[in-house]
Design a protein around this ligand. Structure first.
Ligand code: SF4
Ligand code: SF4
Length: 108
């Protein structure tokens, strides 16, 4: 069993919209690849795929509840970082529990 439950989960990367300032894009001097984001209004951009009816971040790889990784872990945007340094997001908080519930997974 993995020591890090995120590596066999990934539910948060397939549950929530991930919005951030366009200054985090590579083209603006940041580190998030532009092709993985879509423009919103003003300065706001969103990780591609996170606002679909069945959200799934374009940077996510694997299968929720089985095997999960962030293809841009080193360069992921601030909302993902703010969940904590534990990959990919934050373990065990309310948002984590909601994301897991959405995918039929028990809270941790
Ligand atoms: S933070 Fe929670 S929902 Fe996100 S991958 Fe880790 S265990 Fe899953
Ligand atoms: S950028 Fe990475 S950590 Fe953030 S939602 Fe997408 S796959 Fe998950």
């Amino acid at each position: 069993m993995s020591a890090n439950p995120c590596l066999s989960c990934g539910a948060c990367c397939a549950s929530f919209r991930v919005d951030f300032d366009c200054s985090e894009l590579e083209s603006q001097g940041g580190r998030v690849p532009d092709g993985l984001a879509v423009e919103l209004t003003g300065r706001l951009v969103r990780m591609r795929g996170t606002d679909h009816a069945q959200p799934r971040c374009a940077a996510f790889s694997g299968q929720v509840g089985v095997k999960a990784s962030c293809g841009i872990h080193e360069w992921r945007p601030s909302p993902c970082r703010e969940f904590g340094e534990r990959a990919p997001m934050g373990i065990g908080d309310d948002a984590c529990a909601r994301a897991r519930a959405r995918h039929g997974l028990a809270p941790i």
